[in-house]
Write a protein that binds this ligand. Structure first.
Ligand code: ATP
Length: 325
């Protein structure tokens, strides 16, 4: 679109975008024509992910850019500039991006395993407490690295965590603000409907301060922070241990109201040691300042006494086949 072009032109002269940065950004610019796209792996709220080829197997997330949208290219480029700083074994490998509107796409390594979401919610695989701890430690490591680099994930959830032969790979970090800009109007429209058309399985990751910001007329400038990532991690920890979402089967309005007021999912029926429940309660703290950071979580997880992790064989978490080992 015309405004996107003029934005692009403006960016070339943008003082916030130093020349040196523009030059190094070119290294990450993948011409769309160089990509081979095969089958669709899946479609999310903001883009369609294809299995692709670019010097080998890759995943290509083509962002949904509505034709009448004018994509703020500098926002996208800033996100891309952030991704290239990430090198960690628990993070998906960022390979580059197509940065010429309307074709905006993110190219990453292709994850071979299944997501934690598939394991937990579709296959109903059971994670023993020990395995849950190992997975949680790896998530904490990857997230601790992101935060140390000043990157907030903004969309940490089991759908964005792959398990590849026992190794955790986190995807989709930092993209929320870009994707919301491309597709934001639709998301806002869905919030304006008669009932809140919020994607299933998203709300339970939102910290109280995010739930309170979710007004129907908000432009979705949600106050994401490192602490909101920690809250989301708490929900992942709960799913690993219980095999379901917190506030399961409750309507979105009820979840928003309760979380916004500081009500937490009850742990009364959860058979787990105090230490395990304490991690949940800390991550789900109403006040963001009371939530631990990821290095602290990692230390806590490492200190969990092994014998106290063993649970009664009557606990459903341990009964059936275990997840990816
Ligand atoms: P949402 O958009 O609400 O976050 P989502 O996570 O399902 O939902 P996408 O992130 O667009 O949406 O992912 C679409 C599909 O592509 C999912 O099935 C996801 O597991 C898969 N996928 C994403 N990245 C990769 C990757 N690097 N390798 C393999 N599959 C991937």
């Amino acid at each position: 679109c015309q405004r996107a072009d003029s934005l692009d032109l403006a960016n070339k002269h943008d003082s916030r975008w130093p020349r040196q940065n523009s030059l190094s950004m070119k290294e990450w610019d993948i011409p769309y024509d160089e990509l081979k796209l095969f089958e669709v792996i899946g479609t999310g709220r903001f883009g369609t992910v294809y299995r692709g080829s670019w010097h080998g197997a890759v995943a290509v997330k083509v962002l949904h850019v509505l034709s009448d949208d004018c994509v703020p290219l500098d926002t996208f480029k800033h996100e891309v500039a952030t991704f290239r700083k990430t090198r960690h074994e628990n993070l998906v490998l960022f390979m580059g991006a197509c940065m010429k509107p309307p074709r905006l796409a993110i190219v990453t390594s292709l994850c071979k395993g299944m997501t934690l979401y598939t394991h937990i919610h579709l296959r109903k695989d059971k994670f023993t407490a020990n395995k849950s701890v190992i997975v949680a430690q790896q998530i904490s490591q990857g997230m601790g690295y992101l935060h140390a680099r000043g990157i907030i994930h903004k969309d940490l959830k089991t759908k964005n965590i792959f398990l590849e032969n026992g190794k955790v790979v986190i995807t989709d970090f930092g993209l929320f603000s870009v994707t919301k800009l491309c597709f934001g109007n639709k998301l806002v429209q869905s919030l304006r409907g008669d009932s809140l058309g919020i994607p299933a399985g998203w709300l339970c990751y939102l910290a109280p301060e995010l739930c309170r910001a979710l007004t129907p007329h908000a432009s979705l400038h949600l106050p994401f922070s490192k602490a909101t990532d920690v809250y989301a991690f708490g929900t992942v920890w709960y799913e690993l241990l219980c095999g379901e979402y917190p506030f399961k089967s409750q309507p979105p309005e009820a979840v928003i109201w309760q979380v916004g007021k500081g009500v937490k999912q009850s742990l009364a029926n959860m058979q787990a040691s105090r230490d395990i429940k304490d991690i949940l309660m800390l991550c789900w703290s109403y006040r963001s300042s009371e939530r631990p950071d990821f290095p602290h979580l990692l230390t806590t997880l490492q200190k969990l006494p092994r014998k106290r992790l063993a649970r009664s064989p009557s606990h459903p978490v341990h009964l059936s086949r275990s997840a990816d080992s």
